[in-house]
Design a protein around this ligand. Sequence first.
Ligand SMILES: Cc1cc2nc3c(=O)[nH]c(=O)nc-3n(C[C@H](O)[C@H](O)[C@H](O)COP(=O)(O)OP(=O)(O)OC[C@H]3O[C@@H](n4cnc5c(N)ncnc54)[C@H](O)[C@@H]3O)c2cc1C
Length: 378
Amino acid sequence: MDWDVAVVGAGPAGSTLARLLASAGVRVVLLERCPLPRYKACGGGLTGRSLALLPQQVLHIVRVWSRQATVSYGGHLSVARSPRPAVGLVLRSEMDALLADLAVRAGAVLMPDSAVTAACREGDGVRLAVGGKALRVRYVVAADGSTGVFQGPMGSAVGLGPCAPRIGAVEAEVADPGGAWGTALRGDFDVVPGGYGWVFPKGDTLSIGVASWRSGVGGSQLRASLSRYIDLLGMGDREVLTLRGHPIPVGGRLKLRALYSACALRVGDAAGLADPLFGEGIAYALESAHLAAPVLIAALHADRGSEALRPYAQALGRQVYRTFRVASALSRAFYRAPGPWIGVARVHASVGDLAWRWATAAGRLPGGEGFGPAESSW
Ligand SMILES: Cc1cc2nc3c(=O)[nH]c(=O)nc-3n(C[C@H](O)[C@H](O)[C@H](O)COP(=O)(O)OP(=O)(O)OC[C@H]3O[C@@H](n4cnc5c(N)ncnc54)[C@H](O)[C@@H]3O)c2cc1C
């Protein structure tokens, strides 16, 4: 074998897993189709869930710490505030390059500009085609995101099952000279059918996006909604630096058997791990990497046969999918008619406060400092 493990995709899931494996002495190669740093359409919002699992170095590249979110529906604005930072905002290009670098410093071999184009089982491992060359590895990890190659026949070629449903999202990076917008987050629940629009500040740019949970709301409708939304925010004349559509794999419905095989497993978006209520995915990409690492290490140390990676899928089922099932049910009810829910939160501050606490996941920063609502108000 050339490597013990090949991790395909250097997003937060892949780079974190590569770092954890390399730190334990596993021979790991991290294959990324793009040169790094690379752009990724993403609000870059880090909640307490993400920050608890990220290395401390990430704190130095947070562009904006936000303590406030404005939620709007039907012309009414509600504001949630926290005395402590509640969401950290990063540029994904910077964060993902940093995480890949930390994986390299731990001993992983990073191959940027190296798209995996084919995979098949060979003996007790996998043969991958990477830029015209073949790599033989014991285990392959699909960390290639929601549109990656393991979503299709390549997934079945290494024994992985069909993947999660996805919702549509479109995001623009809009210039905000001098950071005039400030640090508040914004969510508008009436700018796109069955979804929401957001503004996430990054200092001198704003990530402005829309996503819809409703089937049949396609790319052109989302783009039109985004354009109207940007106008509504009074930013129609701003320079749009990037505009990208990208699906979000809202989790909760993937069969555990689809997550692993005798020689492969899925992590992050490739495993359908975005939160069904708001589409937060970085935290679950990180969590899946943390759950996968010990299982892969154990499988490499003692050959446990074709079910060696099953404990990973079981752990994901217990720790993530259970919560996602509840969030899925809430999400269906909420996006069918957000008005009454937001109305209740407006009248009963405790409900709005609960939603804000849940969304930001108060906790401790990696350095130990308190993070998120301590005495929040809604
Ligand atoms: C518009 C939008 C806004 C979002 N905002 C937020 C937010 O604010 N907060 C949050 O927590 N989540 C957010 N998400 C979700 C979040 O972006 C994802 O859940 C997260 O990026 C998943 O990480 P990942 O490592 O699994 O995959 P990705 O970050 O998608 O990384 C996958 C990597 O695999 C590489 N790759 C793909 N195919 C191949 C191949 N064949 N060979 C080699 N490499 C390959 C890709 O180039 C990429 O670098 C948002 C998503 C969207 C679409």
